[in-house]
Design a protein around this ligand. Structure first.
Ligand code: UDP
Length: 461
């Protein structure tokens, strides 16, 4: 089946996302890919994060190629506009309690309106979606939104196929086929023996997802064969893992936010390669003292910078604000994929969330890795030591306390000027090219995606 041909217009794929930006973005990109291949897609998530779809017409079906994309929201009982502020674990528990019932209603509604759901795709933190699908006899697939390496780590942990650090031996390293030896602080923090109580719901949801693997006919991963060949190869005999990314290369998330044009217009006024882009993602937030060190470090590096800060962040000191006038732009939000693609951006000071990793590799932007928690610490290890696209500023949230402006300045200079910067740039451009090729016609991700569409058609016909 060719990608230009309408696949099967009556095929209805329901995509269910955990309500967080880092989850919605890759699933929405996949939704657009599948619609463009002729499928009818309903994208669904919790009703109280409609604001994340700013600029997208969520009330009307959007035609994409031969297919269509529309939105339906389900209700976990929490009030509108309140969600992001509540702890992640709390939101996960509430969703797990109320979500399955809401999802059944939503699926039944589709049948009543003459569009029965043929297949369900869910992402991380909502493993109960697979249970609902199985109970209702609907084929189910998963979009894993972290790296294949991380999937392999969780898989080996769940099935006790490798020795992980323990409370008694917290310093032991981790060896898994296809991965470099990982030091304890390079292993996703959710598996750290001393992990915090707050991380428990996340760990449980991930373990439930691995446990539910037999209920899914495919595990799609927002990564690509050329980047993660060594991690993927040993997993192929264990589970139906299929790299289909970088999804950001197929489709942008779409929509606009008010800060969008401000950032891009500001970047337009800056010379090529003269701006550092700084973001710690949607969850992590440096303290006021840490921010001041980062701010001065950036300023002293000689680069201008765009920094995405959380709305309630304390302002930087007056002295800095005055001194750095014209050289900085602080925003609450920016269209990150478009900012990274802008020629004025020289480097990305990042918390190393997997979407951010995919976006910076796809845009060929060197990184200063400042991971905080979760998979970010492992992603940082890969970005720096395996893919060779950056340097490491900190190795986890505890390190932030010892961060100095000199360290920030040194790292930013190292990835943007001098022989090391040249090597890094060469590597990152190599990955950008590989990313372009893998999504182009005949590329491995493009072929995997088409195979997946064919599989849906076959399974559901
Ligand atoms: N993002 C964005 N603008 C911002 C901050 C984040 O568009 O100002 C997007 C970013 O491009 C990425 C997602 O939000 O697609 C964040 O996902 P990631 O996995 O990098 O980090 P998380 O927030 O999940 O920790």
């Amino acid at each position: 089946m060719g990608s230009e041909t309408p696949s099967s217009p009556h095929l209805h794929v329901l995509m269910v996302s955990f309500p967080a930006r880092g989850h919605i973005n890759p699933l929405l990109r996949l939704a657009k890919c599948l619609a463009s291949k002729g499928l009818y897609i309903t994208f669904s998530t919790n009703h109280n994060i409609r604001e994340m779809f700013d600029g997208i017409d969520i009330d009307t079906a959007i035609k994409i190629g031969h297919g269509e994309l529309r939105f339906e929201f389900f209700n976990d009982g929490s009030p509108l506009h309140e969600p992001i502020r509540r702890p992640l674990g709390e939101r996960m528990n509430q969703l797990e309690t109320v979500g399955p019932g809401s999802l059944v209603q939503l699926i039944n509604k589709q049948t009543e309106t003459g569009r029965p759901v043929s297949c369900i795709i869910n992402n991380m933190f909502v493993p109960w979606v697979c249970d609902v699908a199985t109970d209702m006899g609907i084929p189910c697939a998963v979009l894993w939104i972290e790296s294949c390496a991380i999937y392999s780590i969780y898989y080996h942990y769940f099935h006790e196929l490798a020795s992980f650090p323990t409370v008694d031996q917290p310093d032991s390293t981790l060896d898994i086929p296809g991965l470099p030896t990982l030091q304890p602080d390079e292993i996703t923090t959710l598996l750290h023996p001393l992990h915090t109580i707050r991380a428990k719901p996340m760990k449980k949801a991930i373990m439930d997802q691995i446990k539910n693997l037999p209920k899914s006919f495919a595990v799609l991963v927002d990564s690509f064969e050329e980047l993660e060949h060594e991690a993927i190869e040993p997993m192929l005999s264990l589970c139906p893992i299929r790299p289909i990314g970088p999804l950001c290369k197929f489709h942008d998330v779409g929509g606009t936010v008010s800060a969008a044009d401000e950032c891009l217009e500001w970047l337009d006024t800056k010379p090529a390669g003269s701006v550092a882009y700084v973001s710690f993602g949607t969850l992590a937030a440096p303290t006021t003292g840490e921010m001041e060190e980062i701010a001065w470090g950036l300023y002293n590096s000689g680069l201008s910078f765009i920094w995405v800060v959380k709305p309630n962040t304390e302002p930087l000191p007056d002295g800095f604000i005055k001194e750095s006038e014209g050289k900085r732009l602080m925003v609450h939000w920016c269209p990150q994929d478009r900012v990274l693609a802008h020629p004025s951006v020289a480097c990305f000071v990042t918390h190393c969330g997997w979407n951010s990793c995919m976006e910076s590799l796809s845009c060929g932007v060197p990184v200063v890795a400042a991971p905080q928690f979760g998979d970010q610490v492992t992603n940082a290890k890969f970005l720096v030591d395996v893919y060779g696209v950056g340097v490491q500023l900190v190795r986890g949230i505890k390190d932030m306390k010892t961060l100095t402006r000199e360290m920030v300045e040194r790292c930013v200079v190292e990835v943007t000027r001098g022989p090391k910067a040249e090597e890094i740039k060469k590597n990152v451009l190599k990955w950008r090219k590989a990313a372009e090729e893998t999504v182009a016609k005949g590329g491995s991700s493009e072929k995997n995606l088409q195979k997946f569409v064919d599989e849906i058609i076959q399974i559901t016909s």
